[in-house]
Write a protein that binds this ligand. Sequence first.
Ligand code: BGC
Length: 454
Amino acid sequence: MHKIFIYRVALVAALAGLLFGLDIGVISGALPFLQQDLNLTVSAEGWIVSSVLFSAAVGAIASGWLSSYWGRKNSILLSAILFAIASLGSGFAKNYEFLIIMRIVLGFAVGVATYNAPIYISEIAPANIRGRLVTFYQFMITFGILLAFFSDYIFTPDGNWRAMLSIISAPAFIMVLLVLSLPKSPRWLMLNGFHEQAQAVLRKLVSPAEYESSLSELKTSASHHESLGDLLRQKPFLKIVCFGIVLQMIQQFSGMNGILYFAPEMFAHSGFVSHTDQMWATFLIGLVNMVSTIFALRFVETMGRRKVLYLSGGLILVSTIILALIFTFNTQVNQFTGELSLLVIFLFIIGFALGYGPIIWTLCSEVFPLNGRAFAMSCATTSNWAANGLVGAFTLPLMTSMGMGNYFFLLAGFAIVSLLYFRLFVPETKNVHLERLEMNLRNNVPLREIGEVK
Ligand code: BGC
């Protein structure tokens, strides 16, 4: 009974991931037609892509405040409303300026959603399925990307960019209705002095046997009332904020979004000649990404966070080295190199989808202390979006100036640094209560050990 309720609640919150994915996936297919219809220059096209990324970073900054004062649920609701309006508005845009305004609103909505949904899910989830539920949010991101690739594919023959951009408002409207039925986060309620409501929600989330111990842990974390200034003077807090920022940069600089945004161009370099073949290969990438995330749902709770991250980093390292070798030594592109590189890109995607995607969001939703969670998560999400913006802006220039071979060697070097970072700093949080993580952190236990019983 509790489980069904929790899964239902987490499913609705995870729809925020769907919006995130739809937004990331939709623009590549619409861009060529937008360019023709609205007569866009190259830099205007660039702004259409990056305006969303940078305003998502602003949304994530604002979320620190929004989520503390308004709560996680209301912030998710706001993001769904803005997303629905702005995506519909984009489809009706008469000119470039209006489209940019809509894209900025859309980005803000996605920034707010990506901040609040993982926090909300981890705050309602019991320790033993928390990783799986936050991974489910990642699954919805990949599903959204795939749906967007699919709808782009469907509307491509007519060049109907208006339909591509506006159809993604439908799930957002549905989400607005569903979010209304969500309970508020018990941790947020407790922190803001709504003790009775917090207890009522907690009763629905945990079994009667666990109720008393969960309540007392919750009260202890909510009893810390330091101001942000106080928190920032504490070494453990600074450490964990930096940890979140670095993890999110690792996720973005792995190069995953470079592949998602520019897959057709990459395939053109590696031997896929026709536009249809390039789009088809891009669609397959979305599919592999989604299917691999289904495996992550299992691994996150069985193997644990740390081992999955090693596996994920290992696959990314091997695949980037092979891609670097293919592009460096094979100057004659043909169908064979095209197919070979597609297979290796699949390996890269599997690596990302198993670990860097789900586990990094999961860890960020778990490790921050309740009192400073809003600020810390805001830093982490903002760095995710800012790094995403940089990847969007610099991948193509880097590929052309360094050459594809060297570009992939660069990613391989980065994968090695990331693996070292995981080895030194990532704690195992599988099956550990959020309150224990917080207690160990406050006691200045080394980061790598905060999931252990001390
Ligand atoms: C990342 C996104 C990425 C997506 C791909 C997410 O975890 O934050 O930037 O596009 O995974 O599946």
